[in-house]
Design a protein around this ligand. Structure first.
Ligand code: ADP
Ligand code: MG
Length: 308
C-alpha cells in the first residue's frame, strides 16, 4: 500500500518538475519583467531571386486553422497569378480535398517525396486552381517518423527533395500535422519563413512560447534562417470578450508580426472543402473570403511579390 502511494507521489513530483523546467526554459511573463523576452520570435529571412520562397504553416495545436489557411492562401495566390506548390505533410491529407484533388487518382505522395526525393517532379498534381500544384499527403505518412529515425540526414530530406522545384514556383506552402515529429522538423528546416495560425483563445501565448523554443533549436542545429513571416489570428469573433482580450495580448507581445485582419469565424470556410474548392471559388464575398484576400495582400507585401 505504502509502495503504491510512493509511486503515485513520484509521478506527481516528476510532473511538477517538468512544468517548473518548462517555465525556466520559456518563462511566460505577461508583465514584461523578464529579459530577454522568451516570447520573441525571429523574422523570416529573404529568399533568393527567381526561386520559390518556402513557407511552412505550423502550430503544434490541432484545429487552429492551419489546413484552411494553406488551402485558401495558396488558392488566392494562384488566382493572383503566382505559381504555387502546396506540400501536405499531414497524414490527414485534407489539403487535397480542399483543393479539389481526387486522392484515389494520386500515384505519388509526400511520403514518396521524402523517401525518394528524385521523384519530386512527378509527385505533383494539378488542383482546382490554375497555377496551384500540390503534393498530396495521406495515411502513408503515418509511421514515416519512425522509419526516418534509422536514416542518415533525416531532417534534410524535404530540403533536398524541394531543391529542383524551386525555380518553377514563386511560393511553396507546406501544411503540417499538429505534432513535432521528424516530418514537421523536415518542413521547418526547409523553410525561409513560417505562418503561424493562432486561435484567439486561452493558451495562445503558451503555444507561441513553445514555438519560439522550437525555432531556436532548429536555428541552432540546422537552419539559421528560420523565422516567422506572420502570425495569423483565426476563428476570431470580435463580439466575444475572450477573443478580443487574447488578440490584444498577442498584439502587445508580437506587434507587427501579427498579420491583419484576423480571420473571422465563418461557416463558409468550413463548408468549402465539401465542395472541393477554396473559399475564393466557393464564396469570395463571405467574411472568410474577404479576410483571406486581405491577408494575402499583406503577405505579398511582406514577401516582396506583386500580383502578376
Ligand atoms: N475561420 C474559420 N471559421 C470557421 N471554421 C473554420 C475557420 N477556420 C477553420 N475552420 C474549421 O475548423 C476546423 C479546423 O480547421 P483546420 O484548418 O483543419 O485546422 P488544423 O489544420 O490546424 O487542424 C475545420 O473543420 C475547418 O473547416
Ligand atoms: Mg490540418
Amino acid at each position: 500500500m505504502s509502495e503504491e502511494r510512493a509511486t503515485v507521489d513520484d509521478e506527481l513530483i516528476i510532473d511538477v518538475d517538468f512544468v517548473e523546467q518548462e517555465k525556466q526554459d520559456h518563462p511566460v511573463d505577461r508583465k514584461g519583467q523578464s529579459s530577454p523576452n522568451p516570447l520573441s520570435l525571429p523574422r523570416g529571412t529573404p529568399s533568393d531571386n527567381g526561386r520559390a520562397r518556402i513557407v511552412t504553416v505550423t502550430n503544434q495545436k490541432g484545429g487552429v486553422g492551419k489546413t484552411t489557411t494553406v488551402i485558401n492562401i495558396a488558392a488566392q495566390l494562384g488566382l493572383r497569378g503566382h505559381r504555387v506548390l502546396v506540400i501536405d505533410a499531414d497524414a490527414q491529407g485534407n489539403c487535397a480535398t480542399g483543393l479539389g484533388v481526387d486522392k484515389r487518382l494520386v500515384k505519388a505522395t509526400t511520403r514518396d517525396l521524402i523517401l525518394a526525393p528524385e521523384r519530386a517532379v512527378e509527385s505533383r498534381h494539378q488542383t482546382a486552381v490554375e497555377g496551384v500544384h500540390m503534393i498530396v499527403g495521406d495515411r502513408s505518412l503515418v509511421g514515416l517518423d519512425n522509419e526516418l529515425l534509422r536514416q542518415l540526414g533525416r531532417e534534410r530530406r524535404l530540403t533536398e527533395a524541394i531543391e529542383p522545384l524551386l525555380p518553377h514556383y514563386d511560393l511553396i506552402l507546406i501544411d503540417t500535422p499538429p505534432s513535432l515529429g521528424i516530418v514537421t522538423i523536415n518542413a521547418l528546416v526547409a523553410s525561409h519563413g513560417l505562418i503561424v495560425p493562432v486561435q484567439t483563445e486561452y493558451f495562445a501565448l503558451e503555444g507561441l512560447a513553445m514555438l519560439a523554443g522550437t525555432i531556436r533549436e532548429v536555428r541552432n542545429l540546422f537552419s539559421a534562417n528560420l523565422g516567422v513571416d506572420g502570425i495569423l489570428l483565426t476563428m476570431h469573433n470580435s463580439r466575444i470578450q475572450l477573443n478580443v482580450q487574447v488578440a490584444n495580448e498577442l498584439r502587445e507581445a508580437y506587434g507587427n508580426l501579427i498579420v491583419d485582419p484576423p480571420i473571422r469565424r465563418n461557416v463558409r470556410l468550413a463548408e468549402a472543402p465539401a465542395h472541393g474548392v477554396p473559399i475564393h471559388l466557393h464564396d469570395p464575398e463571405s467574411h472568410g473570403g474577404r479576410d483571406y484576400l486581405s491577408v494575402v495582400l499583406e503577405l505579398e507585401k511582406r514577401w516582396g511579390i506583386d500580383s502578376r
